[in-house]
Design a protein around this ligand. Structure first.
Ligand code: ADP
Length: 651
């Protein structure tokens, strides 16, 4: 088979460019990334070998081997892990399978164009580019790999110039060898950083990869004066070169140490190397338990939510160990979905090494551990909300959506989820535009107020301009702003807080509880009765665009507003699902007209002149389109709208 040349996928090319043009200044971390990949690859073959010993081909001494070479200006990282076949090389290295890559790159580009203070490191940290970091220091990278259990080896090569080559080759041992031809800034005595220097490499491994659970080894060559039989150097003898194989990392699992012996920096470094994190975690949880089930857990809330947290391809889960032996990655059933952003591991002697993944995930021990971990995390979050508001708001901005989705999905997350999470929620409110809890809202409600009011729209500005907001603002009633599509679903799942129901300001059956408002309501009902024909005829003009037309009691200076029926989807939900043409996601629209607005009288008189006149119909059409516009929706026929408006203005 001949050498094949492949083009990198467009997104991969872009990412490579970003890497090479030093998006991240800390180039030395390339080593940590490659060692971490090597260690993952060994995990995989180790895991398979538990049920299929033959896959190891007799080579059971797992290790990662480093060769810095001054003569060829290269550094080589070898592992005897799972290796890759041709398809996997193309799939894993040539393309970025993660969905959302495009969105990520666009986000980055946009931020740059807008000249925002983009923190590249922060953004790339969310993304995690692993292997590609080799190109930060290398002009050319060669991978030679053979998949465990297969015979054919493969050689992959690229100079990051838009393409890569693949050809078959021989490889005796299973696993992967990556050779980086270093750029001239990265080797030699005069280089700022010399990655061909054994001591430099040793330092980097100690710094970034000390806990890697397989030996990271390197040959050290040094000169020594020969010794006599008593071990004393022979005076005058010529020095000889010796080579010694050393293991560079301690492999001491950090979590096995006592909490009091571990420094914060050690935790931080651990999470960076073990879980491909780029920033220090927001919070670390280190717990040991000796109850019915014995375990140690080391968990963290990463500083940044992964960019694909809410994509279907995001894989949550913790690592599992038994007596420090790795069993599996991404065990999903320990923590509930809404804590899927947590990274970490659990080590328990009570977990069996030799049962299948499926059985293990359902085991009683895991359930006990999972419940305890969840409780601990939620307790800490509650405390932080109370005592460290700034920290909590940062957490909320990063992960709040997860908790809200958790509530919405509470049927899958088990009973009691709503109660567990509702006090951890924050929403921006009309008062000071700050984040508030439900409790804070309820605590400062006037006595006459019986409901918790909320408004929904795509952003704060749209909400502030909703006609319905005006009266509430005037009356000094606090309104929660729901701007994420999931918010409304979440609130509707909770239904009430402290026996106070949630009430959308954009839904039917709206009334305020104070005496004055009750008065207004009565009055409105009367106007409604007196104008029954008018309402009916307006509805007739609009046809099935609306379910109903009513006289409004919630408007102040605006002429009209559009609300949704009390039951069924809201207008905001409808917009969220606008891509799906499903009647289930259509709101029952109600057009409300302000009886105290001058336009109302105009409408009445036009109606009196004849409900079939074109002018009446035009007015009604324009009113409806206006109502759509303030909700942030387009009129069905913008051209007709503009034309009608122009005609009216010309009159
Ligand atoms: P990530 O590690 O975040 O998945 P990388 O770009 O570092 O992203 O690697 C992409 C994929 O390539 C890995 O998920 C893995 O499947 C494969 N891979 C990388 N390095 C190795 C290796 N040393 N041995 C086997 N497979 C590897």
């Amino acid at each position: 088979m001949a050498k094949e040349t492949h083009e990198f996928q467009a997104e991969t090319k872009q990412l490579l460019d970003l890497m090479i043009h030093s998006i991240y200044t800390n180039h030395e971390i390339f080593l940590r990334e490659l060692i971490s990949n090597a260690s993952d690859a060994i995990d995989k073959v180790h895991y398979e070998s538990l049920t299929n010993k033959d896959i190891l081909e007799g080579d059971e001494q797992f290790n990662i081997f480093l060769v810095p070479d001054k003569d060829s200006h290269t550094i080589t990282i070898s592992d005897n892990g799972i290796g890759m076949n041709k398809d996997e090389l193309i799939e894993n290295i040539g393309t970025i399978a993660k969905s959302g890559t495009k969105a990520f790159l666009e986000q980055l580009k946009k931020a740059k164009e807008e000249n925002a203070a983009v923190d590249d490191k922060e953004m790339i940290g969310q993304f995690g580019v692993g292997f590609y970091s080799a190109f930060m220091v290398g002009d050319k990278v060669t991978i030679v790999t053979r998949k465990a259990g297969e015979e054919q080896g493969w050689k992959w090569e690229s100079a990051a110039d838009g393409s890569y080559t693949i050809e078959p080759c021989d490889k005796e041992k299973r696993g992967t060898t990556i050779t980086i031809e270093l750029g001239k800034e990265y080797y030699g005595d005069s280089a700022e950083e010399d990655f061909t220097d054994t001591y430099k490499i040793e330092g980097l491994v100690k710094k970034y990869s000390d806990y890697v659970r397989y030996p990271i080894q390197m040959n050290f060559t040094y000169e020594e004066t020969p010794k006599d039989k008593d071990g004393k150097p022979i005076e005058g003898a010529e020095k000889v070169k010796r080579t010694e194989l050393r293991t560079l990392n301690s492999m001491q699992p950090l979590w096995a140490k006592n909490k009091s012996e571990v420094k914060q920096e050690e935790y931080n470094e651990f999470f960076k190397q073990q879980f491909h994190e780029w920033e220090d975690p927001m919070e670390v949880f280190h717990t040991k338990a000796e109850g019915t089930v014995e375990y140690t857990a080391l968990l963290a809330i990463p500083a940044k939510a992964p960019f694909n947290l809410y994509h279907t391809d995001y894989e949550p889960g913790l690592q599992l160990y038994s007596r420090h032996v790795f069993i599996m990655d991404k065990c999903k059933d320990l923590l509930p979905d809404y804590l899927g952003f947590m990274k970490g591991l659990v080590d328990s002697p009570d977990l069996s090494l030799n049962i299948s993944r499926e059985l293990l995930q359902q085991s009683r021990e895991l359930k006990v551990i999972g419940r305890a971990l969840e409780k601990n995390v939620l307790k800490t979050l509650g405390k932080k909300l109370k005592n460290q508001r700034e920290w909590y708001e940062k957490f909320w901005n990063e992960y709040g959506k997860s908790l809200k989705i958790g509530i919405y999905n509470s049927i899958y997350n088990g009973e009691g989820t709503v109660d567990k999470l509702k006090d951890l929620l924050l929403f921006v409110s009309s008062k000071d535009e700050k984040l508030v809890t439900f409790q804070e809202y309820v605590d400062r409600m006037p006595e006459s107020q019986k409901k918790i009011y909320y408004a929904t729209a795509k952003d704060k500005e749209t909400i502030e301009h909703l006609p319905q907001m005006e009266m509430l603002r005037d009356k000094g009633i606090e309104v929660l702003y729901l701007t994420d599509p999931v918010d409304e679903f979440c609130i509707e799942t909770i239904r009430e807080y402290d026996s106070k129901p949630f009430q959308s300001i954009s839904r039917g059956d709206f009334d305020l509880d104070d005496a004055e408002s009750q008065e207004v309501k009565k009055e409105t009902e009367e106007i409604q009765k007196d104008n029954d024909d008018l309402m009916k005829d307006v509805k007739e003009v609009l046809g099935d665009k609306v379910a109903d037309v009513k006289v409004s009691s919630r408007l102040k200076s605006s002429a009209v507003c559009l609300v949704a029926d009390q039951n069924g989807p809201s207008l905001t939900m409808e917009q969220t699902f606008s891509g799906m043409d499903n009647p289930m996601f259509k709101a029952r629209r109600i057009l409300e007209i302000n009886p105290h607005h001058e336009l109302f009288q105009r409408l009445q008189s036009l109606h009196d002149n004849g409900k079939d006149s074109q002018e009446f119909k035009d007015y009604v059409g324009l009113l409806y389109d206006q109502a759509l516009l303030v909700e942030g929706m387009m009129p069905d026929d913008p051209v007709a709208f503009a034309k009608k408006l122009a005609e009216l203005m010309a009159k």
